[in-house]
Each structure stands twice: as structure tokens, then as C-alpha cells.
Design a protein around this ligand. Structure first.
Ligand SMILES: *Cc1c(COP(=O)(O)O)cnc(C)c1O
Length: 489
């Protein structure tokens, strides 16, 4: 039993700790007659019974409708200033075959930033011509593959990459389209942006060098220059930082236009979402219009044509479409300075959601298997890892009778949770289940204990079975008989 706590709360206690704020939970998420959380028409207790916990659940309709809404918002804003737009889904937020297909069907291109992401997107049937390839340290193999498959644009991130990509394209007998990533000096987060001359970060080249480097790009016959690219941050709630960055980029863009064609301007991603009811991102339509206004005004002032625009949202599409289901194992009151803190420990943690430990991110949690009339109690949701920083939700109000065996759902875990998951403590990574119209299907199977053992070539089981000699890196794993408890297949 969680006791009411004297620990200071960063969040006011809700009148009812069972409510699902529609800004935070997937659209159409609700509770059935029993009080069980329902996502995509599937009750959480059925998901847990069939697939086990922890479990990533992605609402396909929510992901698709968010993608369509973003694309429509940017298309309308671009049309309003006489241009058009390409929206790329930033694959690093969550990339799997099913998600690539959803995004492609909703009319988005796909951005990748490693050979692995490229391989998944290609295997899922994405059109390489509608892909962007990012990364501040692309390997030669990655560059060669991107060129060979005909990736629509490689985003050059450094001076060194100009020749690397140009040479690879020349060897392949191709002309590779490229963008040049610059630091606009604008760094935005949630409610504010910081505009400086120089940024101390690894991505891109200084804006002040853009003309010189674009000229070098144009000097290579195997490259076609598309324009400037920048990405100013993440979890940004309004248009002001994007507008400021666009205006700075367009100043240089106008210089480049005098020297040759510059068809595009890519303003990156970073649009914010509500993780808790305290978050209030402006609607994407308003942000898109705000950016378009700034772009149009800057182009007027500079007397250049409005370029084609491009954006790269990740989190704002897939983040709110996902929830994670856990089972509560232990509820422990811990005496602390000034009161008692209740630790609710669940069967996952920083291996399936690193963001709280990594960034101090805030999340919302609710009982998923039932509602309760008990008063709200302030709790901290912790994971099962051997690490005191293994926190899933730092502060949340749950019904005070939260108890072992309850299912707990954490909202807005669609982005940067599964993609950042690890095997810390040899915990198997959970399955990802897509829900839609009352049906659930596994889109990424969960790892099993056998998966964990299979790559370890120093295990007695592998040697005893006489597989030692035949097991090379990448070779088929020896069969290890394990119970694979809780396997979500
Ligand atoms: C991370 C990243 C994105 C996506 O950011 P979100 O916050 O998920 O929208 C887009 N473009 C680039 C270059 C990125 O690095």
C-alpha cells in the first residue's frame, strides 16, 4: 500500500488518478467497463496475458494519423507561401519494418543515420530516392552503400565528407544529391531558444563556412547540391527557434542562389510532445504556419524565391502513439528527509526506457489493469536494474492502493525508448506489439533468454554441444535449450 506522502511534488495531485489525459495518451485510448486501459481497441490485460510484460504497445492508427496530420500541416503551410514540402520520418526515433511501411503509406520519406537503419528501411521496401542519410561519421561502407542504392540525399556533415561522398559517387558512376548540414547557432528546447554565433557540438559545419563548402561541393561533378540543412534541437514547443534558424540559413541561402541553383531548405525535426499534462506544445499546424511566415518574410527581404522546404519529425509522430506496459512487483515505502517516498518497482526499467536516467525525462503513468477509488499517492516508478538511477517515472500520482500484480502503463514511450533499449543486466528487450481496431500483432519479437545466450561464444553449453568450431561471428547461433520465460513471441 502506498501511503500519502509528505515528499514535495513537482506535479499537483490530480483529482482522479485514473483519468487518461488525451494530450498525453494515444488518441482513443480509454478504459473498458472493467476499468482496464484499452489502446487501439485492445485491453491492456489481454495484451499482458498474451505477450507478457514489459511490452511496448504502438497504436498504429495514432502513428498513421499523426504522420498524416504533420504532412498535411506542412503542406498547407508551404502551399500558403507558394512552395511545397517533403516530410521525412526520422527513423532513429523508432525504426522497424512495419513503421517504415506505415510512414511510407502516409506519404513520408524516411531519414536514416547508420547502415543498420538504412538496411531496415530498404528491407521494408522504402524507396531509397525518398530517403535522407545523416550522420557525423559515416563509414566508407555506409557511404558506398547509400550511393549504390540511390539514396535521395546524403547530408554532408563535415568538410571531409565532401570528397568522401564525391569520390564514392564518381567510382559508382553516379551523381549523388547532397545537402550541407550547418550550425545555425540557434539551439532550441521546449519554450526557448538560444541564438549564438558558434555552437559547441559535433554536428554540421559553421554557417560562416557554408558558401565556401557549397562552392567545393559544386566543383565536384559527381555531386549535386540541394541546399542547406539544420536541426536545432528536440522537444521544441513553438515556431520561434525554427523561424530564427530559418532566417539565418536563408541569409546564406540567398548568397548561394547568386552562385547557382539551391532548390531546397531542410529545417530538420524536433517538434515537441506532451509527456505529462504540464507540457503544452503548440498545435503542429500553428508551428508550421509560423515557420512558413518567417521563411516567406526572409525570402521577401532577401529577394529570393521561396525554396522547397523539408522537415524531419520523429518524436512528434511516433512518441505519443506508444505506451509501455509493466507489471508491478514491489511497493516499498522508503523513509526520506521530510517524509516517505513510495517506490513502485516494475519488471523493466532503464533497459527499455533510458530517457529518464539519461535526460531526467518526465513521464506519466497510470494503473492499466483497473481503476481505483483510493486517493492519489505520490510515487516513484523504478525499474528492476542494479542501479539506483534506474527510474522510469520520477514522480507520479497513482491510486494509493497500487499493489504487486497491477499492470502499469507509461504514456508517450513510442519514441527513443525501444530505439535506445539495451540488454543491461542481461535483460531481454521486450517485444513491440502494434494494436489497431481491436487486434494486436507483434511487429518486433521480444528477445528470449536463448537470444541472450546465443551470441556468447564462451558459454559451456556452446562448447559442450561441439558447436565451438562452427560458430563464427554472424554464423547461425547454436541451439540452446532454455525455457525462454516470459518470451513475447
Ligand atoms: C534527431 C533528429 C531528427 C528528429 O528529431 P525529433 O526530435 O525526433 O523530431 C531529425 N533530424 C535530425 C538531423 C536529427 O538528428
Amino acid at each position: 500500500m502506498a501511503s500519502a506522502s509528505a515528499v514535495p511534488s513537482v506535479r499537483p495531485a490530480p483529482a482522479d488518478p485514473n483519468t487518461l489525459n488525451p494530450a498525453v495518451w494515444p488518441e482513443h485510448a480509454g478504459r473498458d467497463a472493467r476499468g482496464v486501459l484499452v489502446v487501439g481497441g485492445v485491453p491492456a490485460d489481454e495484451l499482458a496475458a498474451e505477450f507478457g510484460t514489459p511490452l511496448y504497445v504502438v497504436d498504429e492508427a495514432a502513428a498513421r494519423s499523426r504522420a498524416a496530420r504533420l504532412r498535411t500541416a506542412f503542406e498547407a503551410a508551404a502551399a500558403g507561401i507558394g512552395t511545397d514540402v517533403t516530410v521525412y520520418y526520422a527513423g532513429k526515433s523508432f525504426l522497424s519494418g512495419a513503421v517504415v511501411r506505415w510512414m511510407t503509406e502516409e506519404g513520408l520519406g524516411i531519414d536514416v543515420c547508420t547502415g543498420g537503419e538504412l538496411a531496415i528501411a530498404l528491407a521494408a521496401g522504402a524507396d531509397p530516392a525518398r530517403m535522407g542519410f545523416h550522420g557525423n561519421n559515416k563509414s566508407s561502407a555506409e557511404i558506398e552503400r547509400a550511393v549504390a542504392v540511390g539514396v535521395g540525399a546524403i547530408i554532408l556533415d563535415s568538410e571531409a565528407e565532401i570528397d568522401r561522398v564525391a569520390d564514392a559517387a564518381a567510382r559508382a558512376g553516379r551523381v549523388q544529391r547532397v545537402r550541407l548540414r550547418v550550425n545555425s547557432g540557434v539551439h532550441a528546447s521546449t519554450h526557448e531558444f538560444l541564438a549564438t554565433a558558434h555552437e559547441d557540438q559535433k554536428f554540421g559545419v559553421p554557417l560562416a563556412r557554408a558558401v565556401e563548402l557549397a562552392t567545393r561541393i559544386r566543383g565536384r561533378d559527381s555531386l549535386e547540391f540541394l541546399g542547406l540543412h539544420c536541426h536545432i534541437g528536440s522537444q521544441i514547443f513553438d515556431a520561434s527557434g525554427f523561424g530564427e534558424s530559418a532566417a539565418r540559413l536563408l541569409g546564406v541561402h540567398a548568397e548561394l542562389v547568386r552562385l547557382g541553383p539551391v532548390p531546397e531548405l531542410n529545417l530538420g525535426g524536433g517538434f515537441g510532445i506532451a509527456y505529462t499534462e504540464a507540457d503544452d506544445p503548440r498545435p503542429i499546424e500553428e508551428i508550421a504556419l509560423g515557420i512558413a511566415d518567417r521563411v516567406a518574410a526572409a525570402c521577401r527581404d532577401l529577394d529570393v524565391a521561396v525554396p522547397k522546404l523539408a522537415f524531419e519529425p520523429g518524436r512528434s509522430i511516433i512518441g505519443p502513439a506508444g505506451v509501455t506496459l509493466y507489471t508491478v512487483g514491489t511497493v516499498k515505502p522508503v523513509p526520506i528527509e521530510g517524509g516517505t517516498r513510495t517506490y513502485v518497482s516494475v519488471d523493466g526499467g532503464m533497459s527499455d526506457n533510458a530517457r529518464t536516467a539519461l535526460y531526467g525525462a518526465a513521464y506519466s503513468a497510470r494503473l492499466a489493469s483497473r481503476t481505483s477509488d483510493a486517493p492519489p499517492a505520490l510515487v516513484r516508478v523504478a525499474g528492476k536494474h542494479c542501479e539506483s538511477g534506474d527510474i522510469v517515472v520520477d514522480q507520479e500520482h497513482l491510486p494509493a492502493d497500487v499493489a504487486p500484480g497491477d499492470l502499469l502503463a507509461v504514456a508517450a514511450t513510442g519514441a527513443y525508448c525501444w530505439s535506445l533499449a539495451s540488454n543491461y543486466n542481461h535483460v531481454a528487450r521486450p517485444a513491440v506489439v502494434a494494436v489497431r481496431d481491436g487486434r494486436a500483432r507483434v511487429i518486433v519479437r521480444g528477445e528470449t533468454e536463448a537470444d541472450l545466450l546465443a551470441r556468447d561464444l564462451g558459454l559451456d553449453a556452446a562448447q559442450d554441444a561441439g558447436h565451438g568450431a562452427s560458430v563464427a561471428a554472424g554464423a547461425p547461433a547454436p541451439t540452446v535449450s532454455t525455457a525462454a520465460e516470459g518470451a513475447a513471441e
